[in-house]
Write a protein that binds this ligand. Sequence first.
Ligand code: CTP
Ligand code: CA
Length: 227
Amino acid sequence: TTFLTASTRLANRHLLVTAGGTREPLDPVRYIGNRSSGKMGVAIVKAALAAGAKVTLIAGSVQVALPIHPRLTVQRVTTTAEMLAAAQAAFPTVDAVVMAAAVADFRPATISDQKIKKQAGQEAFTVQLVKNPDILATLGAKKTTQVIMGFAAETNDLLAHAKEKLAKKHADYIVANDVSQAGSGFGVATDQVTILTPDQAPQAWPLLTKQEVGHRLVALLAARLAK
Ligand code: CTP
Ligand code: CA
């Protein structure tokens, strides 16, 4: 935190961060989920707290310890619908949103209230999925003064896909991550990200620890909010 200067401080600013994966139930004992650890989101929370911000963390399924801090409020959620509701409730009072959660794109069309049983002789099982709301795009469409940062995890055509997400979701920043690269993405401690923002050329950052990426992203937001 030694590099914090006046322009990277976030005192009296309120950040909303989402982290971890959402889970969509199929029945009382099963869900559809993803491998998100929540590391990146938690790194951003820690960096924001170190910069003096008040932070609201909406956490789905995470595999890392969540920080405890007097300026941090944590809200736990399971499904995408719950994460959307919590994010919409917090949105009007925050200065910036960092959407680091791995949100399930689809959920089972119906949730059985009893455990789904195998039928005698059944050799296949089909689950119908329906599209989930896009939390980032929903907030992006409603933003007034909030600065919105989203992520893009891609295995191919990184910049094209990330650029499309920047525009479609009305984001101010997209942090693009090529998850097909060995040092980046799920489960690893490092990321090589590229930052996209409207009207600027994409900026590729070197391979950094997720915590260092978190500090730099928070510094970006702080500089933007100081303008
Ligand atoms: N996101 C969201 N709500 C969703 C899906 C994604 O808020 N239902 C957010 C993620 O938190 C992330 C950004 O949108 O900040 C991009 O997520 P990503 O999965 O890379 O993109 P999608 O728009 O879902 O497109 P696809 O998975 O098809 O690449
Ligand atoms: Ca997705």
